[in-house]
Design a binder for this molecule. Sequence first.
Ligand code: NAP
Length: 355
Amino acid sequence: MVRAQRPTDPCVVLVGATGALGVTVLEMIGEHRMRYREIRLVASARSAGREIPVGGRTETVHDLEDFDFEGADLVLFCAGEAVSRRWVPVAMAEGALVVDASGAFSSNPEIPLVVPSVNDCLLAESPAEVVAVPSGMTVPLTVLLHAVEGWRGVRQVVMSTYESASGLGHQGVEELLEGSELTLCDPGSELPADRFRPALAFNVLPAADRLLENGASRQEERLVQETQRVLGMPDADVAVTCVRVPVVSGHGATLFVETDDPVDRPGLMELLASLPGFTVHDEEAPGSAPTPLTAGDPDRFHVGRVRVSPRSSRGFLLWLVFDNLRAGGASTLLWIARIALASRASGERLKSGPR
Ligand SMILES: NC(=O)c1ccc[n+]([C@@H]2O[C@H](COP(=O)([O-])OP(=O)(O)OC[C@H]3O[C@@H](n4cnc5c(N)ncnc54)[C@H](OP(=O)(O)O)[C@@H]3O)[C@@H](O)[C@H]2O)c1
């Protein structure tokens, strides 16, 4: 159903509207009945002219190269780092609030990097022109560590991620599916390996992204730096290995947290259950821990296999799984957009004074 527009509703632009994240953002805008006066969809020349249903209407996709950001109140960037580096300044010059999911600005100290319920006070303190959305893995990690730091203190963190093909968008998924089909028909087939090298089908890749000179992958560096930044703990001892697994969608991770003070399982379970957006799976039966296929609600972070460290009670281990496109991507992006818009509107009201 088409909703009545109010003149105060924002004009929203979505750059990357045809991508894996962009399509999920549109899905959630419709489900949440998010209010907007107008929505403009943008992608590359490849998709220009495509028609996409959103909020009960059909919208046409525009080519970014010819697009005019004039009149936009909120621009959501979901099209990769190179696109954001080039086009975010253009959108800002037209006075739009930008929310960027590409990671292009996550280490820029001038631009707030925000995780809901951990450091969103940054947006309340001063309205931003651009807000950076952290990687999907940073979000549950920082929500959890923020709470543990206040409870027993965090001494060290060791995390291994198991990231799915959709983390690299539509092409990642297509390449995994094509490689899987070819292997099933003929195990000796030469497989496509553009997004994943070597090929991901029936394989596990020990780095989920390109390697840097120091031996870490870009994804690992980003996760550590974002975690330290969001928590305001620049020296936090966080070690991460990001692995790519042949799963279509849904990221997993194992986590070991060493704490300053001893933890007890009932207290830990209570803490985890209180975290916003988290569901704790406490079943003892084998095979009942959450998986990408069976976790349930795609808008929540699912935790299972919670164990106090066997050698010392100063630490615990757990398994985390979530939908990287919804809980880890679109949901956080839209949440940040909502509070950043509200903060900007109240900043403008304050500037213009009482009427
Ligand atoms: N996938 C995830 O789980 C996830 C989660 C959080 C954040 N992100 C971030 O979101 C961004 C998009 O990821 P994705 O997974 O959605 O990738 P994707 O499926 O490959 O989609 C990329 C989108 O960007 C558009 N695009 C690419 N190059 C462009 C250009 N030169 N000009 C205009 N539009 C261009 C594509 O348009 P065409 O269709 O026309 O090519 C498409 O709409 C990345 O920065 C990624 O890091 C992804």
